[in-house]
Write a protein that binds this ligand. Sequence first.
Ligand SMILES: NC(=O)c1ccc[n+]([C@@H]2O[C@H](COP(=O)([O-])OP(=O)(O)OC[C@H]3O[C@@H](n4cnc5c(N)ncnc54)[C@H](OP(=O)(O)O)[C@@H]3O)[C@@H](O)[C@H]2O)c1
Length: 239
Amino acid sequence: MSNTKIALITGANKGIGLETARQLAALGYEVVIGARKPAEGRAAAASIGANAHFLPIDMSNPATFSAAATWIEDKFGHLDVLVNNAGIGPDNGMKPSETPIELIRQTFDTNVFALVELTQILLPLLRESPAGRIVNLSSILGSISLNSDFDAQIGEWRSFGYNGSKAALNMFTATLAFELRDTNIKVNSAHPGWVKTDLGGEGAPLEVAEGASTSVRLATLPADGPTGGYFHNDEKLPW
Ligand SMILES: NC(=O)c1ccc[n+]([C@@H]2O[C@H](COP(=O)([O-])OP(=O)(O)OC[C@H]3O[C@@H](n4cnc5c(N)ncnc54)[C@H](OP(=O)(O)O)[C@@H]3O)[C@@H](O)[C@H]2O)c1
């Protein structure tokens, strides 16, 4: 087994995922760019350099998850960091009472079920790491505390598909962290802030460099760092 630290980031062809891969590569990690679009994934890896590799991971196609696990197993024998970054928010701005059920289902499929399945498939490789780290890209919009506070700063950003999927993802973080509490693996949820990306939109105040910082921090936590938490940078967020 090689001693190189290996990080897989899903949805890393653009946005916060690509920047997270860039920052981890700069820290000396061997980074694996998970992306469903081969041309974009390859270009992203090439833009980082020789320590970046493209791997086809389509969150709608679980066959790509086992193929990815086999590839990582064969090439590196272990995985140190999994950043579950790929995500969608197609019901942005919609009322819960009017959102087409198919849109809600699609959001949960990508943001929750696929993510859980990919994590389950990669867990044996993370167990081979001396310091496994799982980072789940949540959002402050997944906070039930804030969604149930009518005056909270999240304002009108209260669609059910996206917010509900991130709340479910937060529960995956909490339950998996409990299960893995006596192992070397830490599991945390990250809120990147409101970031200028295709998802975050032009009006977002943060650039991707700042948006990736929470993911990178949680991916590189020391042995005495937290697990089972929900963070923006080092600030703990209300569930
Ligand atoms: N931007 C923000 O303000 C903000 C705030 C809170 C949380 N977040 C979270 O941060 C994460 C990254 O978001 P972002 O802002 O960087 O968004 P983005 O620029 O839209 O990037 C999303 C990434 O997810 C990928 N993806 C979506 N569906 C996929 C699928 N079925 N299979 C494989 N990849 C898929 C996209 O790939 P394609 O290019 O192929 O679509 C893209 O690489 C998301 O989980 C998001 O919920 C973002």
